[in-house]
Design a protein around this ligand. Structure first.
Ligand code: FE2
Ligand code: FE2
Length: 135
């Protein structure tokens, strides 16, 4: 895999992080309950850190971060739907990072991606815990 292909994959992940950041910031305001709202807000900050790490890797390799996100899908406005939607977003992120780790040979990039992957798994667990508490 050449540097240009690596940059393209990093940009795909970068756009997914933009979407996560914006959806979670917005949902954290709408959520009526304190605990899931605070967790969602804290995770939105993690997603923005991921944006920064990916952008840093992209720029260091001569690329530019892409801001071309698709139309944002916030899901429904009740708490259960929001949490389910957020779990789905984390699962998508996990799949993106696992695929990238299997394809990319650049060691610095892979190291960062593995760290992000661990955080996405933790995020999904946090959202699932809040869903379980609703039963
Ligand atoms: Fe992320
Ligand atoms: Fe995440």
């Amino acid at each position: 895999m050449d540097t240009k292909e690596t940059i393209n994959l990093l940009n795909e992940a970068f756009v997914h992080e933009i979407e996560a950041t914006m959806i979670y910031v917005r949902n954290a305001f709408i959520m009526p309950q304190c605990d899931p709202s605070r967790v969602t807000e804290a995770i939105a900050v993690d997603e923005m850190r991921h944006m920064n790490w990916l952008a840093d890797l992209i720029v260091k390799r001569g690329g530019k971060p892409s801001m071309e996100h698709k139309e944002l899908d916030f899901g429904e406005d009740d708490l259960r739907s929001q949490l389910e939607h957020q779990v789905t977003h984390e699962t998508e992120a996990i799949e993106i990072y696992e695929r990238m780790i299997g394809l990319i040979e650049d060691e610095e990039v892979v190291g960062v991606l593995k760290h992000i992957l661990d955080e996405e798994k933790r995020h999904r667990k946090e959202f699932r815990m809040r869903l379980d508490r609703m039963d």
